[in-house]
Each structure stands twice: as C-alpha cells, then as structure tokens.
Design a protein around this ligand. Structure first.
Ligand code: COA
Length: 378
C-alpha cells in the first residue's frame, strides 16, 4: 500500500473497526455499559444468566424469557461421554487454555447442528458453548486430580454449577454470588483482542466454533486474559506485604511489565476492578487470610505512585479466585467461561450484518529486487 495517508497505527490503537450495540467502553470516564446498562447496576442487581440474555438479545429478559434460557442452558450443560473421554486422554500437565481450545474444537465437530450456519442453529450453538464451558474446565480439573467428573445440577446457576462441579459440593451463597458477579464483570468488553479475533473468523463466514477457538487462543496470551494467572504468580513469588515495594521497583528497573496493570482503553480506574477489590477483601476476611488482598492493595499503591498505572479487571480477580480455593491455572479459563457469552453475542451480531474483515498492511520492506539464482547468492 503506497498512499502516505495510510500509515499503520501500532496495535490498531483508537481505530474503530466495527459497529456494535453489545457493549461500550468509555476509557476517559472509566465507564462500561452492556446494551445500555451500567456495569455497576448489573454487578449489583443482575445475574449472569440475565446478562447473557441481554448480550444475545439486546434487552433484559422477562421472567418467562429468563426461565426459558435457564432451562436451555441446563439442558446443554452436561458433557457427552466422548468429550469426557477426550479430556481423560489429554496429558494431566496440559495448559488449561490449550485443553479448553482442543475440547471446544472437538465439540464443534460433533455439534448436532453440524455445518448449519442459520441464525437459529447459531443461537443453539451459543447456548451449548456457554453452558458447557464451565463444565469442561471443572471436568479437566477433576480428571487430572484422579476424581470422577460431576454432572451439573439443573437447579443451580452457571456460577453455582461451576463451583459444584469443581468440588462435588454445592457452594454457599457468598461463594456463588462472588462467581456470579465475576462472570458478569468479564462477560463482554467491546472489541477486545479475543472478541476481535472471533469476529474476524466469523466474518469469513466460518462457523461459530472456529470463531470461538480463535478467541480462546487469543485470550490465553499474558497481555490479555492470561494476565490474571500472571498476577497470582507474582503475588506468590513476592510472598509478603513488606516485600511488595522493593519487588515492584525492581520490576520497573528491569523494564518488566507487571501483570494486572494498565489498559489500552481505560485512562482511569477500570470500573470492573472496583467490584473485584471488594470481593477480594470480603473473601479474604471470610477465610481469615487477608494477605493476598493486602499485598494487592500495596502493589496497587506502589504501581500507581511510580508509574501512574491503574489496576485492571485481572488484578483483583486473581486474589478473589485464590480466596475461593480455585487452582491458579484455571483463572484464565474462568475468564473464558464468562467471555464466551460476549464472544457468541459478537459472532451472532457479525453474522447479522456481515462484511469480510480485511485491513491493509503498510509495506515497509524493499521493492524492485531482481531474482538471483541460488548459486550466485553471497
Ligand atoms: N507494567 C509496566 N509498565 C506498563 C504496564 C505494566 N503493566 N502497562 C503499560 N506499561 C507502560 C509500558 O511499558 C509503556 O511505557 P513506555 O511508554 O515507557 O514504553 C506504556 O506504559 C504504554 O504501554 P503499552 O504496552 O504501549 O500500552 P498498550 O496499550 O499497548 O498495552 C496492555 C495495554 C494492557 C497490554 C498493557 O498495559 C500491559 O501489558 N499490561 C499488563 C498485562 C495485563 O494486565 N493485561 C490485561 C489487560 S485487561
């Protein structure tokens, strides 16, 4: 591409690449809305299932609509025997995001709607994917631990079933609501990297599973969803509140990026983090182990003072999940268990008004070279 006006913008920063009515991020004011509703309002009052309905349908459900969605999700939550067999054949040491990507890809081959790319078939696929994600993650955890998988209960919510199928015991109200709110907060975030990847794949008119597999691979990276696992690794390495300041300064001196801080769009506090801070504190107090919360607070203070960076959604989700006793390598898959609702909403939106996504590159290589036979090359 030769026009001087068309120079690349590193990381596509600030480029508007799609129209969407699913969610909106106001980075200057630190505001996030899903379908017109403020994230604070939803985190305080809604359930994850209501949010899923909102993302897929652009409106909050009536009681009857919510009941219908819940029964569809419940009916699809169990894993087919072949999927459990596949999980058993994977190495116990497999990266949990690689496992999720592989299992979702295999589910795509066996989906009852096959290659049908109609709106109705894709709505059913979205239900299956959203219902099954948490159970894939908990089944992997149990199988690698030598335990029997637990079948989800039809009377539990997605959050309740996540904890129930992880431990084999129904969780209490506080733990269940914490997971529910965490799922609400992570459900969608406009054109983040994994959602963009999903839309690019869907825009070729490839199938929904392929789009979701693209998204899982994208979420895995430490600059995106992988950051929450990086956060807990850092906290465990630091070990005490007293050691935080020196550790942060050393990391900055070595030009390292500290996971859980900074954001491409937010120039102020990430509104999702404000809920996770409180959840991390309350859960710490409940278990009598407030160290991880206190270390996180200290880290936030030092990073803010030294570099003017704010904590993002991944920062306090790490100590929240840790306080719930969830294995640390499941933190990013948990993000996926929530974001699948947003990914599928965006794929459905892309199909409704599709155009191939095909940007240009600013060519900066040489031109006009002549082919030289291999024996004459120096
Ligand atoms: N730790 C240390 N420095 C950071 C930082 C972090 N977490 N995030 C940004 N910075 C610094 C960069 O080093 C850069 O400094 P410089 O201008 O002196 O080189 C500046 O802030 C701009 O950062 P940049 O990486 O160009 O911003 P971006 O918009 O491309 O990246 C993120 C955004 C989220 C990828 C980035 O903040 C980051 O890597 N954060 C850590 C990973 C993370 O938590 N991801 C989850 C996001 S929800």
């Amino acid at each position: 591409m030769s026009s001087e006006a068309n120079v690349a913008k590193a990381g596509l920063e600030g480029i508007v690449a799609a129209q969407s009515s699913i969610s909106d991020v106001n980075g200057e004011e630190g505001k996030l809305i899903y379908g017109g509703y403020d994230i604070h309002d939803l985190a305080q009052h809604a359930t994850f299932e209501e949010v899923i309905y909102l993302l897929w349908n652009g409106k909050l459900p009536t009681s009857a609509e919510l009941a219908a969605l819940k029964s569809q999700l419940n009916a699809e939550a169990g894993l087919p025997a072949e999927t459990i067999d596949l999980i058993r054949t994977l190495p116990k040491t497999a990266n949990a995001m690689d496992m999720l990507r592989t299992v979702v890809s295999a589910l795509g081959i066996a989906d009852p709607d096959g290659a049908d790319n109609s709106i109705e078939a894709n709505e059913r696929k979205a239900v299956r994917l959203t219902a099954k994600f948490p159970i894939i993650v908990t089944t992997f955890q149990r199988v690698r631990n030598g335990q029997q998988p637990v079948h989800p209960r039809s009377d539990l919510s997605i959050a309740g079933n996540f904890l129930y199928t992880l431990t084999g015991e129904a969780a209490d109200e506080i733990a269940t609501r914490t997971m529910d709110v965490a799922f609400i907060l992570h459900a969608d975030h406009e054109l983040n990297a994994s959602t963009f990847a999903a839309r690019v794949t869907a825009a070729t008119l490839s199938d929904m599973y392929s789009a979701v597999v693209s998204a899982i691979g994208t979420l895995k990276g430490p600059l995106h969803g992988g950051a929450n696992e990086g956060v807990i690794k850092n906290l465990l390495e630091i070990g005490s509140v007293d050691a935080v300041e020196a550790w942060v300064k050393d990391a900055f001196a070595k030009k390292k990026k500290i996971m859980g801080f900074g954001h491409r769009v937010y120039r102020t506090v990430d509104p999702r983090a404000t809920h996770l801070v409180e959840m991390s504190r309350k859960l710490g107090e409940r278990t009598g182990e407030t160290k991880w919360y206190e270390m996180s607070r200290k880290m936030e203070e030092v990073v803010g003072r030294e570099k003017h960076l704010n904590a993002n959604v991944d920062f306090y989700s790490a100590s929240t999940y840790y306080a719930l006793g969830i294995p640390t390598d499941l933190f990013t898959p948990i993000f996926a268990c929530s974001r699948i609702s947003g990914w599928t909403a965006h794929v459905l939106e892309q199909y409704r008004n599709n155009r191939l996504i095909r940007p240009r590159a600013e060519y900066i290589g040489p031109r006009g070279l002549k082919y030289v036979p291999i024996e004459e090359r120096g």
